[in-house]
Unconditional design. Structure first.
Length: 393
């Protein structure tokens, strides 16, 4: 076990109708003007955006709005949000949407707080000194950005997708009504469930600094997500299953499941970031497509953890050897992905990278991670390419 600091400053308001409290929660922040940031589509069609504005009006809170966030949120819209917010005197950013909207909101908040190019944070050129306060009304259970310290942005030129982590961007509050996720397409719901699982698995598959209580929480969370993902695959309107998934999404990425560890592995996430940047794939689906290849590449170097995962999470019967048991767990997880119509390789994801594209993704990840990545096994550029090649069928 390693020393750790567990910091979760986000107030959570959870349950049916929770979005009606938005105005009061924003007003309590003593802000002068709010940027309402959102994607579009369902937030508008469902009437949620109007309900949010009505709630702000009721509390006398001034606001300006900016829609247009897309999956793998773009730096160009972040710049647009910064410019608009400076012009309008915005001092609070309210995200209404899923992880992409919240990540974009955090980036805008960083950009407003300092007179410098916000991309420098994501490009590792400097560290943030300040960030405007952010709040979130969550509509997609997936990224966990509503309670996390992370934000991922894609630079339009070159499709460079990069993340930046800092506690100063953690939202002041997160409003979570599971009913708001009921209009999501099945593919989006399933992708969100994979993302939640992966945020937990990234922290779980590490040989260093494990704690029994942290492991037990992580294992329980993963089992809960898989059970309820299968329920939602058959019954998308099941409120209780939506609630379980939504809360699991927050707990999976506020670092609760990483307390005492060395920080986790995060190689699958890095591999997927390059896939998302190049092919604009849905994040959770991309993670599902690469995970099995990564797991088979590293499991021998983190065998105890993969054995424990197979037995405690996937319910696999121990094999004749630890390696056989570990492989049973990997195969069972891939079977789960397929059961909710998630891909387990690139062809199922709908992409067919050329050798040149595989090499470029491996090289870009090599640059992004500083040359090496991994806790289950330390990997380098040649390893990244090998894993991509394994998945490319």
């Amino acid at each position: 076990m390693f020393h750790f600091t567990y910091y979760t400053p986000t107030m959570v308001v959870f349950g049916k109708g929770a979005e009606e409290q938005t105005g009061a929660l924003v007003k309590a922040q003593n802000c002068k003007k709010v940027l309402i940031h959102y994607g579009g589509g369902s937030v508008v069609r469902s009437g949620l955006l109007e309900r949010i504005k009505t709630s702000l009006d009721r509390e006398g809170v001034s606001y300006v709005e900016l829609g247009g966030v897309v999956p793998n949120p773009r730096l160009s819209l972040v710049y647009q949000g910064i410019e608009l917010s400076k012009k309008e005197g915005v001092d609070f950013v309210l995200a209404v949407g899923g992880g992409s909207v919240i990540d974009s909101s955090k980036a805008i908040a960083y950009g407003l707080a300092e007179d410098a190019d916000v991309w420098e944070l994501y490009d590792r050129a400097r560290k943030a000194k300040a960030c405007l306060p952010v709040g979130a009304v969550l509509t997609i259970a997936a990224a966990g950005s509503e309670m996390s310290n992370s934000s991922v942005i894609t630079k339009d030129e070159g499709g460079v997708k990069r993340g930046y982590n800092d506690d100063i961007c953690r939202p002041r509050f997160a409003i979570m009504n599971p009913e708001l996720t009921m209009t999501l397409p099945p593919y989006q719901t399933a992708s969100g469930c994979v993302d939640i699982l992966m945020h937990t698995m990234e922290r779980y598959f590490t040989p260093n600094g494990t704690m029994e209580i942290t492991d037990s929480i992580a294992e329980g969370l993963m089992r809960t997500v898989m059970t309820n993902a299968e329920i939602l695959h058959k019954d998308p309107q099941n409120y209780n299953a939506r609630a379980e998934i939504m809360w699991a999404g927050s707990l999976s990425h506020n670092n609760l499941t990483g307390c005492g560890s060395d920080g986790g592995d995060w190689t699958p996430h890095g591999l997927e970031h390059e896939m998302g940047g190049m092919f604009d794939v849905t994040h959770g689906a991309g993670l599902a497509a690469i995970w099995g290849s990564w797991a088979r590449y590293v499991y021998r170097d983190c065998l105890d953890r993969f054995v424990r995962f197979a037995v405690n999470v996937m319910g696999a019967e121990p094999g004749g050897t630890d390696e056989e048991t570990a492989l049973k767990g990997i195969e069972a997880m891939e079977d789960f992905y397929r059961s909710i119509d998630m891909p387990t390789c690139f062809s199922e994801l709908g992409i067919s990278p050329t050798r040149e594209q595989l090499e470029k993704m491996a090289h870009m990840f090599h640059i992004a991670c500083g040359g090496q990545k991994g806790a289950a096994k330390v990997l380098y550029e040649a390893d990244f390419l090998n894993i991509y090649e394994m998945a490319n069928h």
